[in-house]
Structure formats: structure tokens, C-alpha cells
Design a binder for this molecule. Structure first.
Ligand code: PNS
Length: 157
């Protein structure tokens, strides 16, 4: 079974990486899909985010990285995937994620959303938290993969 792990990944964090690594034994193939959203003002381009995720997942054989625009379910259908994978950190995620899962189901009955509980050490972690810390000169080496940490350092220096 193929699973799509969709998201902004701006940038990918250790929390995302934890979900990716733990999804590997569960699915035949996992496609990490970076959303191209022209309405957002990202820190990193989609190409850079793909490069960052590819680098830190290169040890994982059944993981591929891609980008998409438009509806996630349409992308999933195109890829022959019937599962969307999402991480759940805290209760507030649940509301948003459940709404998204239900919405996606109305768009395509064939899609299922599978939630993985984020490892508790990363339950506070988000790309926004990383950007906020980095913007004020704080260290994010404990929050993101090493290659991403280097990119963030270059960006802000
Ligand atoms: O990492 P994020 O930003 O929480 O990921 C959100 C994402 C990309 C999964 C979600 O915004 C999404 O699926 N966007 C694509 C548009 C879409 O399909 N919308 C309908 C579902 S609400």
C-alpha cells in the first residue's frame, strides 16, 4: 500500500522525520509530498525543501520525495495512493486534522487518513517554532536535521 505524507515542511523538522521513519515499516512506499502553495510566503523554496527532505531520508529505501499543487486527494489518486499519513502531536491538532480528514473523504470516498502519534519528545515541535527561534538567533540544532540546521544558519547569517 502506498501512503502520501503531505505537508508544507518549511522546513522539515525532527518531528516530521520521526513520522517518516516510523511509517516505513507500515507501508510499501511512502511519498513525502511538499505542497506548492503560491499564497504562502515560505522560508525555503519547494525545490530546497525537497532537497532537504531527500538528504535526511536517503537511508530510507521506500521513501520518495515529491511536490504537488492543488488538492491532496487528487494528487493521491494520481499516485495510486489510498492513504494520507498525518502526525498528531497534541489535542489541538486533532480538531484540525479530523476536519481535514473528513473534508478529504467528501472529496474522494476512497481516501483514508492514518494518524501516527508523534513521539512525545517532539510534541511541542513545529516548523513555525523552528522559524521563530531561528529568526531571533536561537539554536535549532536539536529541532531539525543537521542539513536543515546548516541551511537555516546560512539563511540568517
Ligand atoms: O504541514 P501542513 O501545512 O499542516 O500541511 C497541510 C496540508 C498541506 C496537508 C493541507 O493544507 C492540504 O492538504 N492542502 C492541499 C489543499 C487541499 O487538499 N485541501 C483540502 C483538505 S483541507
Amino acid at each position: 500500500m502506498i501512503a502520501i505524507y503531505p505537508g508544507s515542511f518549511d522546513p522539515v523538522t525532527l518531528g516530521h522525520l520521526d513520522i517518516i521513519e516510523r511509517s516505513v515499516p507500515l507501508f510499501e512506499r511512502v511519498i513525502v509530498a511538499v505542497l506548492c502553495n503560491p499564497h504562502k510566503n515560505p522560508l525555503f523554496t519547494v525545490e530546497k525543501r525537497i532537497e532537504q527532505i531527500s538528504y535526511c531520508t536517503k537511508h530510507l529505501k521506500n521513501v520518495e520525495i515529491d511536490s504537488f499543487s492543488g488538492l491532496t486527494v487528487e494528487y493521491a489518486r494520481l499516485k495510486g495512493a489510498k492513504v494520507l499519513l498525518r502526525g498528531l502531536r497534541v489535542l489541538s491538532d486533532f480538531e484540525k486534522e479530523l476536519q481535514m480528514a473528513h473534508t478529504n473523504k467528501t472529496l474522494w470516498e476512497g481516501i483514508e487518513t492514518v494518524f501516527l502519534a508523534t513521539t512525545k519528545e517532539y510534541s511541542f515541535l513545529s516548523s513555525s517554532v523552528v522559524k521563530e527561534i531561528a529568526q531571533f538567533g536561537g539554536s535549532v540544532t536539536h529541532l531539525v536535521p543537521e542539513n536543515v540546521s546548516r541551511d537555516i544558519y546560512s539563511y540568517y547569517s
